[in-house]
Design a protein around this ligand. Structure first.
Ligand code: NAD
Length: 271
């Protein structure tokens, strides 16, 4: 039976009813869309972000517009102490975690690899890769030790992991690490009931997109030009909704036999 979700007119079929989800970087962009999508299907949402203002805005909107349980925890995903705090808040508010979306990510402006600063390199690897390392020793552990162990982990990688191009070499390679680790983690933790999948979008019009195409303008014309530049057969860019829909399926029991895969959400760009 469809459940109406009030003010925003979203209709939920409760595909995640009763599930507890953690979304990192849920304060804006792709993470916000994922949080809204999972909430609209009945999941309780914990947003971990270092942008308190935006994270709180999304949480309030999930509570008010969708009427789901939503909580915010301030966290820098590069820090182990912050992951320990995420787990205590999840334990206190939800008692368990069924879904982890490692979405928080960063990039530097596309440029010659002769000029990328060491600081930019370190930041990209800390936010995109080390965050997942920390999530394993905190959230995976929680998923294994909780009553009815297991969970679904979705790591937001990028088509850049699989079809890298110049000028963003260390961003691309950090996402290759995400996709590779996803497979090995799926192999290691499958027996404990943890599924791990990666989602690989092509350009998504968010704040981060300007790093990939510095001249990018988020207008109809700008998006059309970018889709042409990226040679996307389906003729448009990835939307935050495209990514959220794929994450929803991977988070749900509908994908219960799917693990260790890259899921390209790229309109055929990687063919
Ligand atoms: N936008 C694209 O074109 C694109 C394409 C492929 C993959 N991705 C990936 O999708 C994910 C989301 O990207 P987006 O475009 O929504 O970016 P965004 O910049 O719009 O949002 C990122 C969110 O993550 C949070 N965040 C960043 N660093 C953090 C940290 N250290 N600790 C806690 N929170 C942190 C930010 O505060 C923000 O809320 C990233 O992993 C990105 O690499 C993006």
């Amino acid at each position: 039976m469809a459940i109406s979700n009030g003010a925003n007119g979203n209709t939920s079929h409760g595909r995640l009813q009763g599930k507890k989800a953690l979304v990192t970087g849920g304060g804006m962009g792709i993470g916000e869309a994922i949080s809204r999508k999972l909430a609209s299907e009945g999941a309780s949402i914990l947003i971990a972000d270092f942008n308190e203002k935006e994270g709180t805005r999304v949480v309030n909107s999930l509570r008010g517009e969708i009427g789901t349980q939503a909580e915010f925890v301030f966290a820098d995903v590069t820090k182990r102490a912050d992951w320990d705090r995420i787990v205590s808040v999840a334990q206190e508010k939800f008692g368990r975690l069924d879904i982890l979306v490692n979405n928080a990510g960063t990039a530097y402006e596309a440029q010659s690899s002769l000029t990328v600063s060491e600081e930019a390199f370190d930041k990209v690897y800390a936010v995109n890769v080390k965050s997942i390392f920390h999530s394993v020793q905190t959230v995976f552990r929680m998923m294994i030790e909780q009553p009815s162990p297991g969970g679904s982990v979705v790591n937001i990688s990028s088509i850049a992991a699989l079809r890298p191009r110049g000028k963003l070499v260390w961003y691309n390679s950090s996402k290759a690490a995400v996709s590779n680790a996803t497979k090995a983690l799926a192999h290691e933790f499958g027996p404990q009931g943890i599924r791990c999948n990666a989602v690989c979008p092509v350009l998504v019009p968010t704040q981060l997109a300007n790093n990939f195409v510095p001249t990018f303008e988020n207008t109809e014309e700008g998006r059309r030009k970018a889709a042409e530049l990226f040679q996307i057969p389906l003729g448009r860019l990835t939307t935050t909704e495209d990514v959220a829909n794929t994450v929803l399926w991977l988070a749900s029991d509908e994908s219960s036999f799917i693990t260790g895969m890259d899921h390209n959400v790229d309109g055929g760009r990687s063919i």
